[in-house]
Design a binder for this molecule. Structure first.
Ligand code: FAD
Length: 414
């Protein structure tokens, strides 16, 4: 068995883990990245490795201004923009049951847009390209962690991989998403709320252009969102719906699915002309009790899983990556050991309250919009209509949605 000494080991090179790696490598910290999935292969020989995409992940993300700033400062934003992404300038939310509706426009904030819709494959390929520029990165892929333990003097974490590699590190970071094995092996407890729903994701072509607007219709069965992509007639849909109904929709042929979708969306963008393959994601909220232990930290979905209602999960994860890298670099600059519990607690205190507030807001939002009880339905109608005319409240919500209102890490500041 070989042994490698490395400053930080990050397990999971999804968008959050890879972003954290870039933030640390850019400042001269040695990073070892471990990813379970092999690099996707393609039959197109002309495609460069960095352009290879994961064909089974059709998710798109509504990225906030805070995320845009993080990705810009890490040299990723130009790589992302060069692949074609769509800004969204407006958000329209309306309630299928009553007459409540709310409309957000970037012009009222004197901003060019409210954010960007970026496909998962675009983000992941930009990260792969950027990571390849760091000569100090050690990358094990495909590989998994089998187990780990603190050294007897607690000055390092000893990590054992399934490829016989052994690593000694000052900090082990779990970034493997919602089902994080690092969290599991560390025995960190969490509370799970299974919503009994699934989100159906697909790309669709519509009769009318999307007008660079993110549309969301709240049905009693769950919300349906149309997010604008680079082509003006193409949107990414996220349709959250009870599991039995989702299973039924997944089985429909395209013609029947298009009809159901058109009806659920009140044909806001006209007919559905074409659609991609559909993928369904189970909807769960996961509240993790501790983000850190001595020489161990969790980031992204490993630390918190929230409903995709307002498209905030990845944005929170990117803020985790920015905050943890800041805590590490500050400790390093002060000649402190960044893997010590006292240092890592700064990261936990910083991010846990923000993430929990968003998790609770999304769960309450879902409850408010998925009930037909008269008082709540009335509150929903009055609430939406009130917020729609109350400019200061609307501006506050928009700033929050753009990720601009909390104590931001310096990577997310302008
Ligand atoms: C339908 C849907 C729509 C969404 N829309 C939005 C949106 O608009 N905006 C937004 O901000 N968020 C959105 N989210 C949330 C977002 O998808 C997640 O918050 C985000 O992808 C989490 O990123 P991550 O890197 O933490 O985890 P993941 O994306 O889950 O990545 C984890 C990585 O770890 C790897 N891995 C797993 N196990 C191991 C192991 N044992 N060893 C090594 N590697 C491992 C995986 O292969 C993967 O590469 C949405 C979620 C869903 C389900």
């Amino acid at each position: 068995m070989q042994n490698l000494d490395t400053d930080v080991v990050i397990v999971g090179s999804g968008i959050v883990g890879a972003t954290l790696a870039c933030a640390l490598l850019q400042q001269g910290i040695q990073v070892t990245l471990i990813e379970a999935k092999p690099l996707p292969t393609t039959t197109d020989k002309k495609t460069k490795p960095e352009q290879q995409i994961d064909p089974i992940d059709p998710r798109t993300f509504a990225l906030t201004r805070a995320s845009e700033r993080i990705l810009t400062k890490l040299g990723l934003w130009n790589l992302i923009m060069s692949q074609g992404v769509s800004p969204f300038r407006e958000i329209h939310v309306w309630d299928a049951n009553g007459s409540g509706e709310i409309h957000f426009d970037s012009a009222t904030l004197v901003e060019p847009n409210l954010g960007y819709i970026v496909e998962q494959s675009v983000l992941q390929s930009a990260l792969t390209t950027r990571l390849a520029e760091f000569k100090t990165l050690t990358y094990y892929r495909p590989a998994k962690v089998q187990y780990f333990h603190l050294t007897t003097n607690q000055a390092a974490m000893q990590v054992y991989l399934d490829n016989n590699q052994q690593l000694t590190t000052r900090l082990l970071v779990g970034a493997e998403g919602a089902h994080s094995p690092t969290r599991h092996l560390a025995g960190i407890p969490y509370k799970l709320l299974d919503h009994g729903q699934q989100a159906i994701v697909a790309t669709v072509q519509t009769e009318y252009p999307h007008q660079e607007t993110a549309w969301q219709r709240f049905l009693i069965t769950g919300p349906l969102a149309f997010l604008p992509l680079a082509n003006p007639y193409t949107s990414s849909i996220v349709w959250s719906i009870d599991t039995p109904l989702a299973q039924h929709l997944m089985k429909l042929d395209k013609i029947d699915f298009h009809q159901e979708l058109e009806q659920a969306f009140a044909a806001k963008l006209g007919k559905i002309i074409a659609s991609s393959e559909r993928v369904a994601f189970p909807l769960q909220s996961r509240y993790v009790l501790n983000y850190v232990q001595p020489r161990l930290a969790l980031v992204g979905d490993a630390a918190h899983t929230i409903l995709p209602l307002a498209g905030q999960g990845l944005n929170l994860g990117l803020l985790d990556a920015a905050a943890l890298s800041e805590v590490i670099l500050t400790a390093q600059a002060q000649r402190k050991d960044f893997g010590r519990y006292q240092e890592l607690r700064r990261y936990e205190r910083w991010r846990k309250s923000d993430n929990l507030a968003m998790l609770k807001a999304m769960d309450s939002f879902k409850y408010l919009f998925s009930t037909s009880s008269l008082p709540l339905s009335w509150a929903r109608h009055v609430g939406l209509s009130f917020v729609d005319v109350a400019t200061p409240i609307k501006q506050l919500i928009m700033r929050q949605a753009m990720g601009l209102s909390n104590h931001l890490p310096s990577l997310a500041q302008s």
